[in-house]
Design a protein around this ligand. Sequence first.
Ligand code: PHE
Ligand code: NA
Length: 437
Amino acid sequence: MSDRETWTTRLGFILAAVGSAVGLGNLWQFPFKTGANGGAAFVVFYLIAVLFIGFPAMLAEFVLGRRTNVNAVDAFGELGHHGWRLVGGIGILTGFWILSYYNVVGGWVLRYILGSATGAYFGDPGGYFGAVSAGPEAVLAQAVFLALVVGIVALGIEDGIEKATTVMVPSIVVLMIALAAWVATLPGAGAGYAFFLSPDLGTMVDNAGSIIPFAVGQAFFTLSLGMAIMITYSSYVGEDDNLVFDGGIIVVMNTLVGVLAGLVVFPILLTIDYQITTTTGGPGALFVATASGFSSVPFGRLFGVVFFGVVLIAALSSAISLLEVSVAWANDNFGVSRPVLATGIGVGLFVLGLPSAWDTAWLTWFDNFAYQLFLPLSALLVVVFVGWVLGEDAVAELRQGTGGLGWFGPVWLWALRLVVVAGILATLGLGVETMFL
Ligand code: PHE
Ligand code: NA
């Protein structure tokens, strides 16, 4: 495949991967679950999960992609028995499935930018969410968001995804820092920081059984693992890149944005005395809770536009990574141009997303299926393949570009083979239990 594109720079790859990783998981789930599960104590669990489970699993996906320089299905086919192609297929389908409702949420974000500018939700934040999150309005907004995603992916790796994320990711970081500085002046700032950052060991111990599998699941979701994204993005990377270093930067940046999000969200919520519990974190919570906040702080409209603008950038840069997974597969296999493929797959996504756009109950159903079953299953199979089937070959590929791995090589391999597998099995067990039992 001589005309297959590559990233123009190493930074381009890193920023595209960070763009994928940074999303609603960081801006909402991370601060929220932290607040509801014992504050700083949860952060400790989460960091352990990211470092010992998410990071090694991310490197496993990188190895598959860079070794083969093809899409996820064919990557498995080149390295293993052809039956393993099914694993790549599950990853691609998982990404397609998730993107179908991710677009719907992206549409809500568009509506909230408009609603902030005009003050449309100021009188009744809950009612506004109900109106824009379901029915024909949500379908229309979904279509607009999806069109943006298709447009970027249609332009290709260098001119589309790399150019877009090179602007988007620094914007996210700069705007989040500006927002954090701004909310520091609100009356609820001190209480917000205390809620987010002070450890509550009691909550942590009481809930350890559910926190640990949850922290593992969150580590996979937040790093965009288990949906063939990192396999696909690393398939455009050259042999002289240091994948361990790149992966480390991606993990650190992703965590940084999550922490910044907590520093932005909690001072606002505590300023309006919003009640934060484990059950208020549903799909609408980001929108209703923060919108209530913007209705009652000074410069709320401007604040809202900037905040939901950041959410939009983060959601877009994640959505394009999801679409690229399907497009890469089709592009490698059929002689059809990228714009045509991106558009055709976009139409399929639009149709699959219709139930989620029509009724948030469907969106929750799609999300539960993906989060609790597809993602862990797909991640487990990838890790078993890289750890147990490729084994030392995987270590050799990871070593390329690092100038030697030292102790890290065997530690990575055995972490994959045992720790990561055990961690995923725990999440999968919990998922099966909550979905079916
Ligand atoms: N990693 C993203 C986040 O933290 C979520 C995501 C899921 C991105 C699926 C792409 C695909 O929000
Ligand atoms: Na993330």
